[in-house]
Design a protein around this ligand. Structure first.
Ligand code: MN
Length: 249
């Protein structure tokens, strides 16, 4: 990784570069596969599919069991498998997912789609809650939402709008400003892009993603068909705000 990329990655981690873990570490994403050499410990080689942390049917009726099973076991698993294949014996071997994503350019199609796909889904599973949403957010997150949006409802409205107006496939995000940690903002990206792809997404989208909503049709079509807003509203009622707070720098 060159110096410029290193600085970008440091910037994404926020002011607490050393003290604050990378989001991908908190999500259990793993690291890029290392060089192929005999090793007693294969467990550190390659990105891994994180466990859901709840049963496939735990989000019903907001998200149905069959969608969860396919989404985690087929879609997400596929992104991880293709990401590892693309990074085997690659100059970025052994790096964090943040480092890989920050190093991408628009021509790195495979790494962009599968690296983004891995991070984005790991984040999505982490912030979903099998219980009805509870607004007992950690105090610091609640404060930051208040100062950034004027209130919880306004933040939810901004997320719903971003998710609803994203044309085609993509994601809506709640993002922490890397340079101004008290500032949170809402953004959206197409396909599997995300705010960590500093070489690809616009500067006003870049930052530390702490909540992501998948608006690809594979995330909701079985249950909602074309009713994306109904799906987004249901998902926003199942957010684990404590988990979101735990991902902030
Ligand atoms: Mn998805």
């Amino acid at each position: 990784m060159d110096k410029r990329t290193f600085l970008k990655v440091g910037s994404i981690a926020g002011v607490g570069v050393i003290a604050t873990p990378l989001v991908s570490t908190l999500l259990g994403c793993g690291r890029a596969p290392g060089p192929t050499e005999p090793s007693a410990d294969n467990s550190t080689s390659g990105f891994t599919l994180p466990e859901l942390g709840f049963a496939f049917d735990a989000l019903e009726p907001a998200v149905d069991q069959e969608t969860m099973r396919i989404h985690h076991g087929k879609h997400h698993a596929g992104y991880v498998r293709k990401l590892n294949a693309a990074l085997t014996n690659h100059p970025l071997s052994g790096q964090s997912l943040e480092a890989v994503l920050a190093a991408l350019t628009a021509s790195d199609t495979g790494l962009r789609n599968n690296g983004g796909g891995h991070f984005n889904h790991a984040l999505f599973w982490k912030v979903l809650s099998p219980a009805e949403a509870h607004n007992d957010k950690a105090d610091l997150l609640a404060e930051r939402i208040q100062t950034s949006f004027g209130g919880h409802e306004a933040m939810l409205e901004a997320l719903t709008k971003a998710a609803g107006t994203r044309f085609g496939s993509g994601w809506a995000w709640l993002v922490q400003d890397a340079n101004e940690p008290d500032r949170l903002f809402v953004a959206s990206t197409p396909n599997q892009d995300n705010p960590l792809m500093t070489g690809i997404v616009e500067s006003d989208v870049q930052g530390r993603p702490i909540l992501g909503i998948d608006v690809w049709e594979h995330a909701y079509y079985l249950n909602y068909q074309n009713r994306r807003t109904d799906y987004v509203t249901a998902v926003l009622s199942r957010i684990n705000w404590k988990a979101v707070a735990g991902l902030m720098a």
